[in-house]
Design a binder for this molecule. Structure first.
Ligand code: CA
Length: 516
């Protein structure tokens, strides 16, 4: 060291100012990479979000994202079921390209490319908290704490970076607390990705006891197709097992209490449900009256679960605001697929039909997305990964089958944006007995092929004249040209996307345990 002792503090001080000045220059020259908060729920129907004009629900906090960001009205999924949707979000690929076709016997190959891995490699802090449902352990995350399998609503066991832990309380609150804890402990100098993934409002729709009275005095309006008889459609629609009338269990209907409740939780639970259940049993309802009762109970429980999700979104948004992170953070709200709220007499998902095909998507990105904007393009959860990659300045790998939404978020839909979309559902035999089908979707039409040998029929729906998809016009002379064009487009998409001619062996269902 050439300098004498008494000069050292002065040099250190000069050095400090030099570093500070340099840091300021670097900060000014390079725009900050945005943080990403990805809030994902399970089975949250767009019909249950007030920003989507819900007739049955109010979601004030989720609506903030629509008011301050963009609402997507036609975000559709390529395979409407839990695990496959999650695999698609991570990879930007179809089930036949990422290997995760169904919830029954597939395991996500965590060695493949995922967007969190690419962000992590680029210096992002990454965390995955909540429902994962891909069987293998998460990869690409500095921190992960997940529910095993479907997880449970009350006092859920979780797995934190490989270690089993247990949290007392209600699952949606716990996932929110863990997300906020992680955010508080992160390195504030580095950008972050946090995936906050709720179990709610998945079956069996067990609400937090604090929301049991949230809908007191409310009678939920019934959808016009609650008593659908499936006339005008084929064998698959007639043989499914997902009706409110026949498929709902005692657990679903809260005629039996969940086993995981503590004595205190059980007391509050029983105080709400017991008198109502007693009245129900006395009434001895049958036929349509019984279905109507089940529908009201279903809506109560499902929507009360969403009340906790909405509260969670509010807590996360409040945290970002309080910490001054709003401006630099992209916030996304979406669900793994849509869901039936009694339309066609159904609950659950799986079909290419609108309620299960479409999923909510709201994106807030200050300075980029115009507040209160609405988009009607055919977008998909295939597009999430390339969107995040472009947003943080990374290149999108060629293997990704989705396309970045960044231009759309900026208000400029590219002229060559997709006009048609390929859909493929594989989980049969499986829970709810929805038959395998694939098809093509456009802004107005839908061509569907139920291709198993004992089904082997096609359907064509015109969403303009038949928005509820009640009458297939396949084979109708009036639609001959449209039908021909759609057949051609379907073949083109299958070839372009390299869909295997026959379903590969990984799609064969070896029954394990029911899960969805
Ligand atoms: Ca789901």
């Amino acid at each position: 060291m050439p300098c004498s002792n008494h000069r050292a503090p002065l040099l250190a001080l000069l050095g400090f100012w030099a570093v500070l000045a340099l840091a300021t220059v670097v900060e000014a020259a390079e725009p900050r990479q945005p943080n990403i908060v990805f809030i994902f729920s399970d089975d949250h129907a767009y019909q249950a979000i007030s920003a989507y004009d819900s007739k049955v629900n109010k979601t004030p906090n989720i609506d903030r994202l629509a008011r301050e960001g963009m609402r997507f009205d036609r975000c559709i999924v390529p395979n409407s079921i839990c695990g496959p949707s999650r695999a698609t979000v991570l990879t930007g690929k179809y089930s036949h390209s990422n290997g995760f076709y169904n919830n029954t016997n597939n395991r996500f190959d965590g060695t493949q490319m995922t967007f969190p891995k690419l962000l992590q490699k680029a210096g992002y802090q990454t965390a995955m908290i909540g429902k994962w449902h891909l069987v293998s352990n998460p990869t690409g995350f500095d921190y992960w704490e997940i529910l095993p399998g479907q997880g449970q609503y009350y006092n859920p066991p979780m797995i934190r970076n490989g270690q089993r832990v247990k949290h007392p309380g209600y699952v949606t609150d716990i996932i929110t607390d863990l997300t906020l804890d992680w955010l508080k402990k992160r390195d504030p100098k580095k950008p972050f990705l946090v995936m906050c993934q709720h179990k709610a409002p998945h079956r069996e729709w067990e609400p937090n006891t604090k929301y049991l009275h949230h809908f007191d005095g409310v009678k939920f309006p019934e959808p016009p197709t609650l008593f659908d008889d499936y006339a005008g459609r084929g064998k698959a629609e007639h043989t499914q097992d997902m009706t409110i009338a026949k498929t709902m269990t005692q657990r679903d209907l809260k005629l039996v209490a969940p086993a995981a409740l503590t004595p205190e939780q059980r007391k509050e639970w029983d105080a709400y449900y017991n008198p109502l259940n007693e009245a129900f049993r006395k009434a001895n309802l049958t036929g349509k009256d019984l279905i109507r009762w089940k529908y009201q109970r279903y809506m109560h429980d499902y929507l009360a679960c969403i009340a906790s999700v909405d509260e969670s979104v509010g807590r996360v948004l409040d945290y970002l605001k309080a910490e001054g992170l709003e401006k630099d953070t992209i916030v996304v709200y979406s669900a793994d697929q849509g869901f039936y709220l009694g339309e066609h007499g159904w609950f659950d998902k799986r079909w290419i039909f609108e309620e299960s095909l479409r999923t909510p998507l709201l994106v807030r990105w200050p300075g980029v997305v115009k507040p209160g904007s609405v988009n009607k393009d055919l977008v998909s959860n295939l597009d999430f990964a390339p969107t995040f990659l472009e947003a943080v300045g990374l290149k999108t790998p060629a293997e990704i089958q989705g396309r970045s939404l960044v231009p759309i978020l900026k208000g400029n839909t590219p002229a060559d944006w997709r006009k048609s979309f390929y859909y493929h559902y594989y989980e049969y035999p499986g829970p709810h007995s929805v038959r395998r089908h694939y098809g093509v979707v456009t802004d107005r039409y839908k061509l569907v092929y139920f291709y198993e040998p004992d089904m082997n029929y096609r359907e064509l729906f015109d969403l303009k004249t038949d928005p509820r998809e009640l009458h297939s016009v396949y084979g109708d002379k009036q639609y001959a040209e449209i039908q021909k064009d759609l057949e051609k487009e379907l073949a083109r998409l299958r070839s372009e996307l390299k869909v295997p001619e026959k379903d590969p062996p990984e799609t064969i269902i070896k029954p394990r345990k029911p899960g969805n």
